[in-house]
Structure formats: C-alpha cells, structure tokens
Design a protein around this ligand. Structure first.
Ligand SMILES: [Zn+2]
Ligand SMILES: [Zn+2]
Length: 175
C-alpha cells in the first residue's frame, strides 16, 4: 500500500495511488493526537518526459487531542494538499543545494515508498497539540477544577510559583 511502481508509472504515465494511515500507526505518537479513523491518502503520480516523478494529492483525517490547558477532548480535522517532486540526481542544478522541495530518485530505485513521505508530511503539517478554544482558562493549578466550567476560591489567592520559590530562600540567599 502506498508503494509507487516506477516501471508501471513509466508505461502508463499516470497512476492513482491511494491508501490509509491506520490509527495504530506510530506516526500519531509523535503528533500528540489520535485518529478516530484511518487517515486517507489520495495521490496521483505522473512521470514527465524527462523522468521526473510528480506526486500530487490530498491527505485527510481527523484527530482527537487533549486540550493542552484543560485536558478536555478536542477533535480537529486536517486536509493537506501534497505536491512532491522526485528527480534524477544529475538533473538537479546543484546536488548540495537541497531545499527539500525536490527529492532524489536513485538510479536503482524501482519503487517509491510513499508511506514514508506521507509520514514526513504528517509530522511537518499536522499540529502537535490543540486548545479546546483559544481563551481556554485551563485547570486550576491548586485544586484542579476546570476553570471553563467552575470557579474556585483558590483563584483569588493564586500566586506565581516562581515567587514562592524565591520566598522559600533565606534572605542571605536572595540576591
Ligand atoms: Zn481547554
Ligand atoms: Zn482552584
């Protein structure tokens, strides 16, 4: 799945490549959200007359995060356009000038593992964390209640923990 057969692409000129990234895939461990269903990958590959491989398409899915402040579940969907180019190394003007836009196609490569590339794109584009709303009040650091839904008395005497640490020092240690 998500393997692109280059010999076949050379014969046909265009190939549809589609597949899924399962919710169990370890790429999600690094993202920080969990998909409720498999993410869909729908790509179309083209080979140009000069042997460049173009892969374009869409990456779609939905992730459930824990709000970074209040830990309530947050669902976020993503829909990312993909536009990738592979080229033979000698077609690049300067092999050292690798801006990441053009990937190198080795002469002995017979198929491209698009799953690896899709995983890279997911890590680049899908947010690592989410907030339930931009002004989420978070949890009270003292009693732990969700301050979006409740108010507690300790919010009044809440202090900056950095000053607490400073107060704990003896006067001689304060500089
Ligand atoms: Zn929140
Ligand atoms: Zn509180």
């Amino acid at each position: 799945m998500l393997m692109l057969d280059l010999a076949r692409l050379q014969r046909t000129g265009t190939l549809d490549v589609s597949g899924e990234i399962s919710p169990e895939d370890e790429v999600w461990d690094e993202v920080g959200g969990r998909p409720s269903r498999a993410a869909e990958v729908n790509l179309e590959a083209h080979m140009t007359p000069t042997g460049q491989v173009l892969v374009r398409g869409m990456l779609e899915g939905s992730l459930r995060y824990e709000c970074r402040r209040c830990l309530e579940p947050v669902d976020r969907s993503f829909r990312e356009k993909m536009d990738l180019v592979w080229s033979e190394p000698d077609e690049l003007q300067d092999p050292d000038d690798d801006d990441g836009e053009i990937r190198t196609l080795g002469p002995t490569v017979s198929e491209l593992d698009l799953k690896e590339v899709v995983r890279e794109e997911i890590l680049l584009r899908v947010p690592r964390w989410a907030l339930c709303r931009s002004d989420c009040a978070g949890l009270c650091p003292q009693c732990g209640i969700n301050r979006n839904v409740e108010t507690c008395a300790c919010t009044l005497k809440e202090s900056d923990p950095r000053w607490d640490a400073l107060r704990a020092l003896s006067p001689d240690e304060r500089k």
